[in-house]
Design a protein. Structure first.
Length: 313
């Protein structure tokens, strides 16, 4: 009986799918390095959240055959190195697209209406001050979408009924009826809201920095539900403090959890969430079941449908 390690929540979300498939399922809170080694060094498959999987760990797990990401991004795993160790890495494309897209549109709305500022003042007993804040209608504005995979496409579709102009920047021009492809500079210069849905790679690291924030309108807002690394965080803090851009909604950061001394906590023009863009019941079930099926496919001798590498076996 092959051993698999999965998060306890994923075991519940899949109604114990892997146990029913005949595996010895070992549940943990979060499969990080210490937990994996303490639980089962002879593990064959692991369902991963976002904890880093260091390259030195493979030699300590001689039976390992698959790392299945519960989600889309896999920047915490060196997939090319995993391939040299004969380990498949998989993800669950599209599983959380609707949830993340809905959160992106919600964040755009919150920033447009300045809802966070108004609510905070009201809770502080400053209702008179809250009533002096005026937001904007979203209709007639321009939204720029950077990254046009499953999530970016879902955002564009959701926005299509709201009377906005949608600009798209993506390396591959997929057919769409929900927006116009432009270069990055044009998107940044013309957009009232810029929402990020691009993968974290070496090529996209600090895609937006001091130069890019300088291109944006002083009235523009940034929404990031992608990865912290695609934004130069210090440049963003500087731009927000100087009101070089108006506001931001941030779900991801350079360091997670966001440290208690982060300047973001002190900013009244930043809406913060703790990497919960895909935290819905439906997305959780989709991601958990997708990852479980990838583990089963590999351990039953099949090529996994959603592989992101090609092991040398």
């Amino acid at each position: 009986m092959q051993k698999v390690i999965i998060p306890e929540v994923a075991d519940r979300q899949t109604d114990h799918y892997l146990t029913k498939r005949g595996y010895e399922v070992l549940t943990v809170d979060n499969p990080d390095e210490a937990t994996i080694l303490a639980t089962a060094p002879d593990v064959a498959g692991i369902m991963m959240f976002v904890a880093p999987f260091p390259n030195h760990l493979y030699d300590k797990l001689p039976q390992l055959k698959v790392l299945a990401r519960y989600g889309v991004g896999y920047d915490s795993i060196d997939v090319d190195y995993a391939a040299t160790k004969g380990v498949w890495v998989t993800n669950t494309p599209g599983a959380n697209a609707t949830s993340v897209a809905e959160n992106a549109v919600t964040d755009i709305m919150l920033l447009a209406k300045r809802s966070f500022e108004i609510s905070t003042l009201m809770r502080q007993g400053q209702q008179r001050a809250a009533k002096q804040i005026f937001g904007h209608e979203l209709a007639g504005s321009t939204v720029g979408i950077i990254g046009y995979g499953h999530i970016g496409q879902a955002v564009a579709k959701m926005l299509s009924g709201l009377g906005v102009k949608t600009l798209i920047y993506n390396r591959t021009k997929r057919p769409t009826k929900f927006g116009e492809y432009v270069d990055l500079e044009t998107l940044l210069q013309q957009s009232d809201f810029v929402t990020l849905h691009i993968a974290a790679t070496k090529q996209t690291e600090h895609l937006l920095g001091e130069r890019e924030f300088g291109m944006m309108k002083p009235s523009a807002s940034l929404i990031n539900l992608a990865r912290g690394s695609v934004v130069d965080e210090q440049a963003l803090i500087k731009a927000l403090n100087a009101r070089q851009i108006a506001s931001a909604a941030l779900d991801v950061f350079d360091e997670e959890p966001l440290p208690a001394d982060s300047p973001f906590y002190q900013m009244d023009n930043v809406f913060l969430t703790p990497h919960t863009g895909s935290s819905t019941v439906e997305a959780g079930q989709n991601m958990a079941m997708g990852a479980a099926k990838m583990i089963d496919e590999v351990l039953s001798g099949q090529k996994p449908e959603w592989a992101v590498n090609e092991p040398q076996v």
